[in-house]
Design a protein around this ligand. Structure first.
Ligand SMILES: Nc1nc2c(ncn2[C@@H]2O[C@H](COP(=O)(O)OP(=O)(O)OP(=O)(O)O)[C@@H](O)[C@H]2O)c(=O)[nH]1
Ligand SMILES: [Mg+2]
Length: 341
């Protein structure tokens, strides 16, 4: 199933049912009074965000959604049945925009967040409704109100607590699979991951954090290199960045340089991105187990520039528990408060 973060669909609410024109028929009553019931209201169109979806993929197959029409009113003053509503499920982080005007109609940022996008048409009143002292036998009823059609653009901007960024092959997907329930593809070549992946980190006390692997960052990404800035929008709404660096990248040998390459790309995409809280994580320390000094010095160099720094091996798991604890202390403040209190 592919990752899709844009879609265009049309929705229509249900028409209201027509009011009914009817007169009572009773034995021995030659002309009964009016008894035409009201039409039912047309179904509404709702959008609902769910954590169970990660992508707008489903909307490549289905682009038109219509709620049911209300049923017409009936004799004996029976109201028509209301049309069934529809609820369109989208991933958390979906923005719903008016296709014509671009106006933001809804930004569904919480799990189970539901909005009413288009209301169904009102049902028409039956002739009974129009009975007055001067008109005891109205021979007219109302039409139901038509439902409304709306064309909308869906845009997904993932909402995760943590975004993992780093050069291709840094080990982002390996780390994601270590920390969370996600099973991304891992391979020994750049651009293995072609779309953002989301995972959930579960802690022993049942608290959790969501974490996203953002692919495609290379020098020049903001101007279209690699996967370009295609996915950078998905870190706009993560509050915290985990910047993963390959300590023994064969072509670089200079993780500080690697770091600033990515920082520059983030800044070019949007200056606010480098203002986010960030932790530096040096990866692949298993490749040179005898040289801890190297790693310590590198971390100090980052500390000197004002960044926190940890070192791990996503492959062997060394340092990963400490990283998990670090993330918990940093991002689940209630945890901190109970420590203080
Ligand atoms: N030795 C060692 N290898 C690692 C470690 N973490 C990841 N790797 C290897 O590095 C390669 C790339 O790992 P991935 O997790 O696919 O890296 P990625 O950053 O997701 O790569 P892209 O999706 O292509 O950007 C794989 O061959 C991994 O097995 C580590 O801690 N130590
Ligand atoms: Mg990957």
């Amino acid at each position: 199933m592919g990752f899709v973060d844009e879609a265009e669909i049309a929705v229509k609410s249900g028409d209201g049912g027509a009011g009914c024109i009817s007169f009572r028929r009773e034995k021995f009553v030659p002309k009964g009074g009016p008894d035409g019931g009201n039409g039912g209201k047309g179904g509404d169109v709702f959008f609902k965000a769910t954590r169970r979806l990660y992508s707008l993929y489903d909307f490549s197959a289905r682009r038109y959604f219509k709620a049911q029409n209300g049923r017409p009113g009936r004799s004996k003053n029976k109201a028509g049945k209301k049309g069934r509503d529809i609820e369109i499920q989208v991933p958390v982080g979906t923005m719903v925009k008016d296709k014509e005007t671009g106006e933001l109609l809804a930004d569904l940022v919480h799990d189970n967040h539901q909005i009413l996008l288009v209301e169904g048409g009102e049902g028409g009143k039956g002739n009974k409704h129009f009975t007055t002292a001067t008109n005891r036998a109205p021979t007219f009823a109302q039409e139901g109100q038509k439902g409304k059609e709306k064309r909308v653009k869906l845009e997904l901007k993932l909402i995760a607590d943590i975004g993992i960024i780093g050069l291709p092959n840094a080990g982002k997907s390996t780390l994601l699979s270590r920390l969370s329930n996600a099973h991304p593809k891992i391979a020994d070549y750049p651009f293995t991951t072609l779309a953002p992946h989301l995972g959930v980190i579960l802690f022993d006390d049942e608290q959790s954090l969501t974490i996203a692997d953002i692919p495609g960052l290379v020098e020049g990404a903001s101007s279209g290199k690699g996967l370009g800035h295609r996915f950078l929008q998905h870190i706009e709404r993560t509050s915290f960045l985990l910047h993963l660096l390959d300590m023994y990248h064969p072509h670089s040998g200079d993780v500080l340089k690697d770091f600033f390459i990515i920082q520059e790309e983030l800044k070019l995409f949007h200056p606010s991105l480098i203002k986010k809280d960030q932790v530096i994580v040096i990866n692949k320390i298993d490749l040179n187990p005898t040289n801890n000094k190297d790693i310590r010095e590198t971390c100090h160099a980052f500390n000197d520039r004002g960044f926190e720094c940890l070192s791990i091996s996503g492959l062997t798991g060394e340092g990963v528990e400490e990283l998990k604890q670090f993330l918990k202390d940093r991002l689940l403040p209630s945890n901190k408060m109970s420590e203080v209190g």
